[in-house]
Design a protein around this ligand. Structure first.
Ligand code: GLC
Length: 568
């Protein structure tokens, strides 16, 4: 009997706290607001919540610039609210994961304020200071070295200038940061999402990065702005640090750690450990955020994930977050996508979204869903000039259509709009006059309340799939085998565990498919037209089926087939 650690079989729901639920009518989401909505997430069926940062911060990068790691930004609540949130999640049998920004602090963190004053203060060596900059570029282009008058030196920042990188080669820094990790673990937090974890170490000798022909980074190849970040990301010391981080987590039992890492699968896999999973428990693999909605794409993806993250590792399946386009953007009918499917009607998008959810919740891996994806929230469109996100302001020299053409999300405000709870004022997110970002105009049609009562809504489909996943250990822990000999456009895989076999068939085509399979019993159908009879499978366009299949393991009894369930 296998039994995986909880963090390898859980399901994750990502909350962007500023936009989830505003409990005090100031137009900004907050921690008491999350507590009020925990039942919604539990009833939907997610087991773990990950919350983007809510610690003290000048909010220049909306919390990814922290000025106090052990206290809460007043607009989100108090330390006592955070502790209550942990407890409230646990009372509901859920796990809670915080977002830890280990690489950098805010420039307003007292450590940096002190560090920049002179070359010989007690924190002088807590950040990365140089007399002369190397040629290194930051992750968003341009030199990442910034001059500080007071000290007459340059400090390094991997991301934006107000986010100075900590110096992990100083043991005091590492100790201080790991103590913060221990602080929250001691308060009962079940783990961490680790912000840009792969840039924590930089080359000790500050060697110049080599030239590259690449201008725009991809998730596989991070070279950009004509530079290969050879000495600024994925340094060997960073893989060692992943194991040190893990051992701190282990002091508190089974705790989740999921790294935001980039740079190609072979490299990012190293953050998990070598032969055994003794590094981070999970990593995000962002290439799939650029998915194409075809069976071939997903077949290739599964093959790659199985190859790079076989047992005892576990892949994460994630299609959107607070930095990237929402998945609806890739499912067609987004007029800003020049390659959008001409057939991308709203109804079709909804069917595609259900199929995507069915894939994400049944494939071997930990699914991670960004808030609002369960109702099909879409990107907003805001002018760059008035963006709250600092990034678009750095690219004012290039017109918007260039980024749209590249499919790059520049203004992240567009995917961070308030959660659409119902059809009332501000989509039920806040009773304030205005909200920190405007609610998406489609909220009267796209909201939770509406989808709760529509039997076959995306929301109820996600709920039904999560229920099956919780009921079927095989879907949580089973191995995976891709099925061959399927009609074009159909993806199929079997999940297998302890003599049980479940088959998943997904039709990525808008045309109906009919084909033969071995004897099976129906467990779930995505649409009422999907059916199995007399060993023949009928899949509607964008249809999907989950089937029980006999699995010939000597001495094991084939379980009886329970009656099928549908999204209702
Ligand atoms: C990560 C976060 C992003 C943030 C950046 C700097 O990529 O997801 O939102 O701006 O790191 O901390």
């Amino acid at each position: 009997m296998t039994s995986l650690p909880w963090y390898h079989k859980t399901t994750i729901y990502q909350i962007y706290p500023r936009s989830f639920y505003d409990s005090n009518a100031d137009g900004i989401g907050d921690l008491p607001g999350i507590i009020q909505k925990l039942d919604y997430i539990r009833d939907l069926g997610f087991e773990t919540i990950w919350i983007s940062p809510f610690f003290c911060s000048p909010q220049a990068d909306f919390g990814y610039d922290i000025s106090d790691y052990t206290d809460i930004a007043p607009e989100y609540g108090t330390l006592s609210d955070a502790l209550q949130l942990i407890e409230a999640a646990h009372q509901r049998g859920m796990k809670i994961v915080f977002d830890m920004v280990m690489n950098h602090t805010s420039e307003e963190h007292p450590w940096f304020r002190e560090s920049r004053t002179s070359r010989d203060n007690p924190k002088a060596d807590w950040y990365i200071w140089r007399d002369k900059p190397s040629n290194w570029y930051s992750m968003i282009g341009g030199s990442g070295w910034h001059y500080a008058e007071e000290r007459g030196q340059y400090y390094w920042s991997s991301f934006l200038p107000f986010q100075p990188d900590l110096n992990y080669r100083n043991p005091e820094v590492k100790q201080a940061m790991l103590d913060i990790v221990r602080f929250w673990l001691g308060k009962g937090v079940d783990g961490f999402r680790l912000d840009i974890f792969n840039v924590i170490y930089k080359d000790a000798d500050f060697r110049d990065n080599p030239f590259s022909f690449s201008l725009v980074p991809t998730d596989e190849n991070p070279a950009s702005f004509f530079q290969e970040p050879k000495y600024t990301i994925n340094q060997p010391e960073n893989f060692v640090f992943a194991r040190e981080f893990r051992s701190v987590c282990d002091e508190f039992g089974e705790r989740l750690s999921v790294g935001e890492v980039t740079g190609g699968r072979k490299v990012i896999r190293k953050f998990l450990g070598e032969a055994t999973n003794n590094g981070l428990t999970l990593v995000f693999d962002f290439e799939m955020m650029n998915f194409k909605f075809t069976a071939d794409y997903f077949r290739h993806l599964v093959r790659e994930m199985e190859r790079h993250y076989p047992e005892p590792f576990m892949p994460v399946y994630v299609f959107s977050n607070h930095d990237k386009h929402r998945s609806m953007y890739r499912l067609g009918n987004d007029l800003r996508t020049p390659f959008a499917s001409p057939k991308g009607k709203r109804s079709e998008r909804g069917r595609k979204a259900k199929l995507l959810a069915m894939f994400q919740l049944t494939v071997r891996g930990v699914p991670c869903l960004y808030y609002g994806e369960e109702i099909g929230m879409t990107d907003s469109k805001f002018p760059f000039a008035t963006a709250l996100d600092p990034i678009p302001h750095r690219f004012t020299f290039a017109p918007r259509f260039v980024f749209d053409l590249l499919g790059t999300l520049l203004n992240r405000d567009e995917v961070r709009t308030p959660m659409q709870w119902d059809g009332t004022h501000n989509a039920g997110f806040s009773s304030a006059q205005t909200t920190w970002l405007p609610v998406h105009g489609n909220y009267p049609a796209v909201n939770v309340e509406k989808q709760q009562v529509e039997a076959d809504s995306l929301l109820n489909t996600v709920r039904a799939l999560l229920k099956i996943r919780r009921q079927e250990k095989c879907l949580q822990e089973g191995s995976l085998e891709l099925l061959g000999n399927l009609p074009k456009g159909v993806l199929g895989y079997a999940r297998m565990l302890e003599g049980k076999k479940i088959m998943v068939l997904l039709n990525f085509d808008d045309q109906e498919k009919e084909f033969q399979v071995e004897n099976t019993g129906n467990l779930f159908n995505l649409s009422t037209k999907d059916r199995v009879g007399n060993q023949t499978i009928h899949l509607a366009g964008y249809g999907g089926l989950i089937l029980h299949a006999p699995f010939a393991v000597p001495g094991e009894e084939v379980p009886a087939n329970p009656p099928p369930q549908t999204a209702a």
